[in-house]
Structures are given as structure tokens and as C-alpha cells.
Design a binder for this molecule. Structure first.
Ligand code: C2E
Ligand code: MG
Ligand code: MG
Ligand code: MG
Length: 287
């Protein structure tokens, strides 16, 4: 009897194990497929940039656009950056992806300039490991020159996680980029669990209040107090302060009342293809 019970336990155990390992295998296989597809997509230039307008609240004018990577795959459909950016980071593709985004953004800016479409500046998101690359600044300045752009036409968005990382190249690259006159924005500000002391040593120009603080502005006094505090930190350091994820007119009015400089969010526009952005600018002019 005892033997029998043990035999059963073992066999169910083994059965379960092989069930899990089957699932894990399948997950690993899917991930591998997606990784291969991403590598191919980057090589074949199948990723696209979309552009989300940022509005200067006091003047009601276009302040700039944020470039956001998009991937439409024939088999996997639309793959969100929340999925493929971490994948690119894990499988060593983030370097090429960062390079691609800078080149693509600069090329698009040059096209807009040639067409006489006035887009004051473009922001590109970079991942922490992009700043490990000691050639980053040289690559960017070369790309800017190639497209007849000024350093101040470009903003690099980084997150606080860049600073948690102890790679010795990071500060060097950030200082080089700053010395060239390229602007730096702290993205998702307030969510990074990092100490504020970096604000003393980091050459940033812009704080982007994270969307999570904007979400409850209308109903929650604490959110209002926090967005106000972030604005004051930014202003006292002479930084531009941008609110992200503005979806409601009420949120916009609160932020404007607090003195926010720039707003970005679905209320104004979703991220758009280059053609749709041109149309959006045309329509905005006639309003
Ligand atoms: P992020 O840089 O904070 O970009 C803002 C995200 O919020 C974008 O999501 C944008 O579409 C979305 N968003 C903008 N306005 C609203 C709004 O009013 N409501 C809501 N609910 N969402 C809004 P997206 O495009 O899915 O990108 C997600 C994240 O992926 C980005 O967050 C950024 O961290 C990363 N990412 C995107 N493109 C790139 C890239 O080229 N390189 C790197 N390294 N990261 C990228
Ligand atoms: Mg961003
Ligand atoms: Mg952000
Ligand atoms: Mg974000």
C-alpha cells in the first residue's frame, strides 16, 4: 500500500513536471520566435516611428513631438513597445534599436524641415544600456550633421533607471551629449524610486511628470499636491516640466492652472504616423 501510494505521488509529480516543462518550452519557443522576428524587423527596417505632439500650454503652440517605436508583424500583429523594448534589451538588440530610432527621427525631422513644416524639436526614448555605448554621442552628432540639424533640435528621454545602473560609461556619455547641446529629459518622473540627489549632478533640461500622477488629478487632492510639487522642483532648477498622459480637459486645466509648461496626451493627440501628424498640424492651424 505504502509503495503504491508513493508510486502514485511520484507519477503525478512527474506528470505535473512534464506538464509545466511543456508550457515553459512553449513560452521559450514563442519568445525565441518573437526575438527572431524582432531581429528581422530591425534589419529589414520594418519598425516605424509614430509621433505624439507636445503642446506649450501658455502659448497653445507645438512645443515638439515624441517619437515612439511601433511594430506591426504579419503573424504577431501589433506588438506593443512594452513587450518588444524589454525583449530588445534582453537579447542585445537595444543598441541597434536606439541607433535606428535616432537616425529615423533625424531623417524625419529633415524631411519636415524641407517641407517647411515647423516642428520645433523631437524627443527620442533611449534605454539605460544605450548610454553604455561610448560612441553614442559621436553617432548622434554625426547623424545631426548629416541631416543639417542643430543639437537643440533633439531631446533624449531617459528614465531614472539609467542612474541606478553603475556602468561607468553612463555619466561620461550623458555629459558628452549635454556638452554638445543635445537636450535631456527625465521620463516617467516620480516613479523611479531613486533619490532626488541625481538632479544635482545630471545635466537635464526637462522633467516629464509620469502619467500615473495625471490620472487622478480631478478627484484626488494628493495627486494635485504631487503634480504641484514636481512643477516646483522643476522650476526651481530651471527645467521645463511636461505632463504626460493628459486625457481629460479637466486635467489639462488643472495643470495649466498650476503653471505646467507643456502637455502631452490623448486629449491633444495620440501618437501619429508622420503623414497623420502633418495633417494634424494643418488642422490645428485652422482651428
Ligand atoms: P514613454 O516614453 O513614457 O511614452 C509614453 C507612452 O504613453 C506611450 O506608449 C504613449 O503612446 C502613451 N501615451 C501617451 N499619451 C497617453 C494618454 O493620454 N493616455 C495613455 N493611456 N497613454 C498615453 P507606447 O508608445 O506604448 O510606449 C511605451 C513605452 O515604451 C514608452 O513610454 C517608452 O518607455 C518605450 N518606448 C517606446 N518607443 C521606444 C524607443 O524607440 N526606444 C526605447 N528605448 N523605448 C521606447
Ligand atoms: Mg518617453
Ligand atoms: Mg513617459
Ligand atoms: Mg511612461
Amino acid at each position: 500500500r505504502a509503495d503504491m501510494a508513493m508510486y502514485q505521488a511520484k507519477s503525478t509529480g512527474r506528470g505535473r513536471f512534464s506538464f509545466f516543462s511543456h508550457e515553459l518550452n512553449q513560452l521559450a519557443q514563442e519568445r525565441q520566435e518573437l526575438e527572431n522576428a524582432l531581429r528581422e524587423a530591425i534589419e529589414n527596417n520594418e519598425l516605424k516611428l509614430h509621433f505624439q505632439p507636445q503642446i506649450s500650454m501658455s502659448e497653445g503652440r507645438l512645443y515638439g513631438v515624441e517619437a515612439l517605436a511601433r511594430w506591426e508583424h504579419p503573424k504577431f500583429g501589433t506588438v506593443s513597445p512594452a513587450r518588444f523594448i524589454p525583449l530588445a534589451e534582453e537579447c542585445g538588440l537595444i543598441g541597434v534599436l536606439g541607433h535606428w530610432a535616432i537616425k529615423e527621427a533625424c531623417q524625419q525631422m529633415a524631411i519636415w524641415r524641407r517641407k517647411g513644416i515647423n516642428i520645433p524639436a523631437i524627443s527620442v526614448n533611449l534605454s539605460p544600456s544605450n548610454f553604455h555605448n561610448l560612441d553614442l554621442c559621436g553617432m548622434i552628432t554625426q547623424t545631426l550633421t548629416q541631416h543639417n540639424l542643430q543639437a537643440s533640435d533633439l531631446t533624449l528621454e531617459l528614465t531614472e533607471s539609467v542612474l541606478l545602473d553603475t556602468n561607468p560609461s553612463t555619466m561620461k556619455v550623458l555629459n558628452e551629449v549635454h556638452a554638445q547641446g543635445i537636450r535631456l529629459a527625465m521620463d516617467d518622473f516620480g516613479t523611479g524610486y531613486s533619490s532626488l540627489s541625481y538632479l544635482r549632478r545630471l545635466p537635464i533640461h526637462e522633467l516629464k511628470l509620469d502619467r500615473s500622477f495625471v490620472l487622478d488629478l480631478e478627484n484626488d487632492a494628493t495627486s494635485r499636491a504631487l503634480s504641484d510639487a514636481v512643477l516646483r522642483i522643476g522650476e526651481s532648477l530651471q527645467l521645463k516640466v511636461v505632463a504626460e498622459g493628459v486625457e481629460e480637459e479637466g486635467q489639462y486645466q488643472i495643470l495649466k492652472g498650476q503653471g505646467y509648461h507643456v502637455a502631452q496626451g490623448y486629449l491633444l493627440s495620440k501618437p501619429l504616423s508622420s503623414i497623420d501628424l502633418e495633417q494634424w498640424i494643418q488642422n490645428a492651424k485652422t482651428v
